[in-house]
Design a protein around this ligand. Structure first.
Ligand SMILES: *Cc1c(COP(=O)(O)O)cnc(C)c1O
Length: 502
């Protein structure tokens, strides 16, 4: 519902003197503030004055304008909103967990430390690596931590020339950004026309500067949703030059249960728990980007670490260790990372179990392939190979209509879908990147396919309708450049703009 009474700004609903509360008179003697006059307001704050129901209805109605995975299908590629089961929220909100303090003594939170420890072990098993730190708070934070581990490794061998990081041109933007923040130089590796890494270009680069290569960062399946078949060869080439292999496991779901980065020869890897392991993200919400390393690199991982000890008298107990690691990076953030996100990942792993976790990758692949095959006669598929969890269209097949990827994305909103990722990756002009995730039903996918086909049809019969979409949303098409460069975010600013126009 978007009726006028509740749909405007709260300031526009204000009526002078209206109150939404009534508080008893205070009994405290010193009820007036004793702040220095210079710190006090000269006049009363200009707050909206509304009755209670107007306020409640206004904000409730606003909240209905939001769209999340619980509202409808959300086929965003790359930074996908994956499966976010409700039980995760219930577990993470339990007082025994939510009320913990990071400084409390280990004796008083053995349950939480055990869970933290078991999650580290589970991730090591799922990725085929030796040891994990759960400290990093995001994927990019994990990348930085992983690269710092790699740098510390080279430094420990007095191999100080290694300052270059090889990154394929299809990589997620955080890869080169993290390398730069780590003080390393980014060297781009070209892709072939099928979207995979150009091994000849890699060979050329390694001949040119092999001794300066600290690492190569890779995503597999890559950002186009394509499996990189040359991984064993690439890994060997980089290792032979003395570099390490970094795996960007932000979207590990197509691999879960099918294959493991450790087995493919990767030395360091980060995972996004807030994608693959079922924590909702977006809007900068809490994340977790654990980093795993192969045997031999554990000593460089950051602190604090949660370790398990076993003794005859005390049995099994869990401990927090911060010192005694000469080669560790030390602290890379606040305490232990975002524990709530870890609880959700742990719950997810346990609810799947060892057997069902093997279904995640194949189902993610099946769903993406189903959509791709059902739409490729009307949408341009630039790389027609086997896809994994996601794939990219290059706009509509029929380019004569003038309808762009942006128009298709906006029209999808009218039909109640979140738009896919658009204009990324940059390899194509009209990229439309779709990832359905593993948990969507066939009916949901069929509905989406039908709507995508309908939009393709509309583009032919009534292109204006698509070009001017969305029509059913509270706000129509915005000028995104103006919205980004000149956002109006306060009531006062809005009034000033209005006065200027008058
Ligand atoms: C999301 C993502 C990242 C970065 O993760 P953040 O938590 O957003 O920092 C890195 N690589 C890939 C492939 C991603 O999809």
């Amino acid at each position: 519902m978007n009726n006028k009474l509740y749909g405007n700004l709260i300031f526009e609903l204000s009526k002078e003197g209206r109150r939404g509360y009534s508080l008893p008179k205070t009994n405290f003697k010193h009820s007036t503030s004793e702040l220095p006059a210079a710190l006090c307001r000269g006049k009363e704050a200009e707050l909206p004055e509304c009755d209670e129901l107007t306020v409640v209805r206004h904000y409730t109605n606003l909240s209905h304008n939001n769209f999340g995975v619980n509202d409808g299908f959300y086929p965003l590629g790359s930074c996908t909103m994956k499966y976010n089961p409700i039980i995760n929220e219930e577990i993470a909100a339990m007082k025994t967990f939510a009320g913990l303090h990071p400084l409390q003594h280990a004796d008083t939170c053995q349950h939480a430390l055990e869970l933290y420890y078991v999650l580290q072990e589970s991730l090591a098993e799922l990725t085929g690596l030796s040891e994990f730190t759960l400290n990093p708070c995001a994927g990019a934070h994990g990348e930085l931590t992983g690269l710092m581990v790699i740098r510390a490794y080279h430094m420990s061998r007095q191999d100080e020339r290694r300052t270059k990081v090889l990154i394929p041109d299809s990589a997620h933007g955080t890869n080169p950004a993290s390398a730069a923040v780590c003080g390393l130089d980014v060297v781009e590796v070209k892709s072939l026309s099928d979207g995979t890494v150009d091994v000849d270009d890699l060979k050329r680069l390694l001949t040119e500067c092999g001794e300066e290569v600290a690492a190569m960062m890779m995503t597999n399946p890559n950002t186009l949703g394509i499996f990189e078949h040359a991984i064993p060869e690439i890994t060997k080439l980089v290792h032979d030059c003395g570099g390490l292999m970094y795996y960007d496991g932000a979207n590990l779901n197509p691999m879960l249960g099918a294959c493991r980065p450790g087995d493919m020869g990767f030395d360091v890897c980060h995972i996004n728990l807030h994608k693959t392991f079922s924590t909702p993200h977006g809007g900068g919400g809490p994340g977790s980007g654990p980093v795993g390393v192969r045997e031999g690199l554990e000593q460089f991982l950051p602190t604090p670490r949660v370790v398990m000890r076993e003794s005859e008298e005390e049995g099994v107990s869990f401990h927090v260790e911060t010192g005694d690691y000469e080669k560790s990076l030390g602290s890379i953030g606040n305490f232990f990372g975002n524990f709530g996100v870890m609880l959700k990942a742990y719950t997810y792993i346990l609810s799947l179990g060892r057997e069902n976790v093997k279904m995640v990758g194949p189902l993610a692949t099946l769903n993406a392939t189903y959509i791709k095959e059902s739409l490729k006669d009307v949408y341009e598929l630039p790389i027609d190979g086997l896809c994994k969890h996601e794939f990219v269209f290059d706009g509509l097949k029929d380019k004569s209509t003038g309808v762009t990827t942006m128009d298709v994305a906006k029209r999808l909103l009218d039909y109640g879908y979140h738009a896919p990722t658009i204009y990324f990756p940059l390899l194509f002009h009209e990229s439309l990147m779709i990832e359905p995730t593993e948990n969507e039903s066939k009916e949901t996918l069929d509905d989406f396919i039908a709507v995508m086909r309908r939009i393709a049809e509309e583009a032919k019969t009534d292109p204006e309708l698509v070009k001017t979409a969305p029509h059913n949303t509270p706000i129509g098409r915005v000028d995104d450049v103006l919205a980004a460069k000149h956002p109006i975010v306060t009531w006062r600013q809005l009034q000033a703009e209005a006065n200027e126009t008058i």
